[in-house]
Design a binder for this molecule. Structure first.
Ligand code: NAP
Ligand code: F7E
Length: 346
């Protein structure tokens, strides 16, 4: 039985990856942060399953800012694969907390890489770094591929670039099996609620259910290459099964504006988006990434990976989910008169 360690297991990707690895027969360990509120909503179905938790899935308190705990865990667990998905992952927020973002999203990767050396795991372990299309930022070529020069536009992008190069550096310096997945935006019904796609689909559900009046957004002209998260985590695993580590763009090679996302999402429930979407400059970023579109040809050629879920289907999966969530919340409110339902229930 292979043993994997996931940082960021409570996040969108971490939860899907944990499911995938459990399905493949792995023993899965995840690092979670102590919080004053519940932060395991996305993996509660695994945590509360007595056949899984404590048998195949184990959670450990830790933090990417805490190197000592990382070394201790790696000594104890001796994992075969490590997936570093933990991060302060919000681009807009990274302008508010640049130093914290550098520490967790950037230096967090070094802490794991050094812990691998410290625990004597360089020959044994395989390492995946969650790199990002945000590293392309002010894009120097269209579409972006693995060799496109980077030009990050946010503290988040800069931190990810640091972690990207450290991953390459440990591969070259110590022969570590370390790979970067350069993942373009990927979304799902588990997407964090302050990222634009989920903010839109939640609003659509809530407006339809009469729980919300309008939706306030920033730049509608930004273009993104949006794929489905469930498919993207599979690529993380595939990369670590190769004899040779490498770096891969994971994308759909299609791009759409935030405006188009709104149109398709509101259309799904028969509403006219222009009547509900308002603008507020506070959702703009000091420097914007205007256009992202990735060509995953290398992933297709070398690893046989291709995305299946396309833009319209992705929007519809998310809207349909959030319509149900909002409808449940409306019913609960009717009975209790109170706001109660966490959005990821149902
Ligand atoms: P996410 O939903 O924001 O999840 C981030 C995870 O990191 C959460 O489990 C979070 O824990 C954890 N985390 C945050 N700060 C931490 C810290 N100090 N120590 C340990 N863990 C910490 O992100 P995601 O969308 O799943 O993305 C997964 C990874 O891929 C991230 O590194 C992200 O930057 C990167 N990425 C994402 C995309 C995308 O489009 N989704 C694209 C490219 C790259 P809590 O639950 O406690 O907050
Ligand atoms: O913004 C525009 C915003 O926050 C997308 C992260 O997973 O993907 C994600 O980063 C676009 C931007 O994602 C609002 O200006 C307009 O142009 O959903 P987002 P992101 O910044 O692309 C990359 C690949 C990652 O690696 C990151 O971790 O939408 N936008 N109005 C808005 N964005 C937000 N959040 N909220 C708005 O109201």
């Amino acid at each position: 039985m292979k043993r994997a360690l996931i940082t960021g297991i409570t996040g969108q990707d971490g939860s899907y990856l944990a499911e995938l690895l459990l399905d493949k027969g792995y023993e899965v360990h995840g690092i979670i942060r102590r919080a004053s509120t519940f932060n395991t909503g996305r993996i509660d179905h695994l945590y509360h399953n007595p056949e899984i938790y404590g048998k195949k899935l184990f959670l450990h308190y830790g933090d990417l800012a805490d190197a000592t705990q990382m070394v201790k865990l790696l000594y104890e667990l001796q994992p075969d694969e490590i997936y570093n998905l933990g991060a302060q992952s919000h681009v807009r927020v990274s302008f508010d907390v640049p130093e914290y973002t550098a520490d967790v999203t950037g230096a967090g990767a070094v802490r794991i890489l050094e812990a691998i050396r410290e625990a004597g795991l360089v020959k044994k372990v395989r390492f995946y770094q969650a790199s990002s299309s945000e590293m392309f930022g002010k894009v120097q070529a269209v579409p972006q591929i693995e060799t496109t020069p980077f030009w990050p536009r946010s503290p988040y992008g800069c931190a990810k670039l640091f972690a990207y190069w450290l991953t390459v550096n440990y591969r070259e310096s110590y022969n570590l099996h370390a790979s970067n997945g350069i993942l373009f935006n990927h979304e799902s019904e588990r997407r964090g609620e302050t990222f634009v796609t989920r903010k839109i689909t939640r609003a659509v559900g809530r407006i339809k259910a009469g729980l919300q009046e309008n939706l306030v957004l920033g730049n509608l002209d930004a273009q993104r290459d949006w794929g489905y998260a469930k498919e993207y985590v599979e690529m993380m695993w595939i990369m670590l099964q190769q004899d040779k580590p490498d770096d891969y763009v994971v994308a759909t090679n299609e791009t759409h504006t935030v405006r188009e996302f709104c149109q398709v999402a509101f259309d799904r429930v028969g509403l006219d988006w222009e009547k509900y979407v308002k603008y507020d400059a506070r959702y703009e970023r000091p420097a914007e990434v205007e256009l992202l579109i990735g060509d995953p040809a290398k992933a297709k050629k070398q690893l046989g990976w291709e995305p299946k879920v396309r833009f319209k289907e992705l929007v519809e999966i998310m809207v349909d989910h959030d319509v149900k969530v909002a409808e449940n919340e409306r019913k609960i409110r009717e009975v209790t008169g109170a706001y109660t339902a966490p959005s990821y229930l149902a």
